[in-house]
Design a protein around this ligand. Sequence first.
Ligand SMILES: Cc1cc2nc3c(=O)[nH]c(=O)nc-3n(C[C@H](O)[C@H](O)[C@H](O)COP(=O)(O)O)c2cc1C
Length: 428
Amino acid sequence: MPERTMRLNFHGNYAGSHPQAWKAGTNTPGELDLDFYVKYAQIAERGLFDGIFYAADLAAQGPNRKTCPGLDPVVLSAALATNTEHIGLAATISTTFSEPYNVAKSMATLDHISGGRAAWNIVTSYDPMAAPNFGMTELPPKEERYDRAKEFVEIVLSLWDSWDTDAIDSGNGNGGTFVDSAIHPIDHTGRYYSVRGPAQTPRSPQRRPVLFQAGASEEGKSFAAQVADGIFCVALDLSVAKEFYAEMKTRVKKANRNPDDAYILPGIYMYLGSTEEEAKRALEEQADPAEAMKHLAVKLSTSEESLNLDETVPDEILEQALINAQSDGHTRSLVEFLQSERLTVREFLERQPLRGPHRVLVGVPETIAGWLETWFVEKAADGFNIGNLTHETLTIFVDEVVPRLQARGLFRHEYQGKTLRENFCGSA
Ligand SMILES: Cc1cc2nc3c(=O)[nH]c(=O)nc-3n(C[C@H](O)[C@H](O)[C@H](O)COP(=O)(O)O)c2cc1C
């Protein structure tokens, strides 16, 4: 087995955002049905995926989009912890709309009940519709959101460390006791938060659940370089992805960390079939070019009327899109892709006929395995966050793509560690 092997997360939300998903559960909609999620989790675990990843939307409705239903990622992950044994459980929580003490407690709880399989995807959120759900009229500016996030994570890490390893005396079977001298207040007073501590939840199996982060602005990249074990990103094109990968590894090194300790994971929407036609049909069933067009206009901060189907996107729109982008993570890769490929809007929508931001991959297992290998070997990715899989396509992936990756020495044959940190980060 070569030293560098691929990391794979199953992006659970987007399995639930297309027409088939709504029919897939015993309840309607399937997205409210625990059995639906358990089935995915168990197939992904059979395929030795590192983790199941849940994004968090914090507003049900907004301009330019359909109603966006969603379960709470931490509660859902906790339910899955009791139905799985090895797979990691990565739940998104926003630092803009939570308190560090709560997050430290929820994630440590998830870590305890899953036996060390918890991960926190740290987001600062970009959806302006979330603000009015939390007593704010608008989102704080991006710089402030990241500033808060840095302090927030610092506090959570201190809380996780506030119980020493010897804080619980097991009493040799005669009933345990807590050793107060080994449980420390953190006495944090900062710009945004004041937290006395200690944490209420004793040190969890991983001590520090795995940290994911997504964001591609200057502030986002600098934050990820400092704290993230896994960096979730949008990458539509190999050369752009390679640049992002190299830049992030350099930044991680400059932050005095080992670049190998920060895994870069582009998102992918995958459509698999036993023939190319079958794979294309699977995509067609989910494609919604009208929604994709709206999404394109929103991500470019422009109107649909300003985009002509048979022309490329005007340069001034592309340049303008990066100024004050709601999310550089979503917009930058799109702009760079449109600049380099010079596709007409129609050609772009044929290639990316979905509402979401990630690269659409369509094909048979051999082609898909080859594609993943190229991006991995060429150092555009250390692994992938794979979404939009139905139960059926996830099963094909596990039965036919995973063995091909294993045969090429790119993917594990078994879970080597007990905790997510051991499996994903390769260290305790
Ligand atoms: C791939 C990706 C996934 C994200 N997932 C979420 C999410 O689930 N919930 C959320 O509130 N924000 C999410 N975000 C928003 C980021 O946390 C961040 O606030 C936003 O991208 C703005 O920062 P940026 O300009 O540095 O990218 C995501 C961003 C990216 C790029």
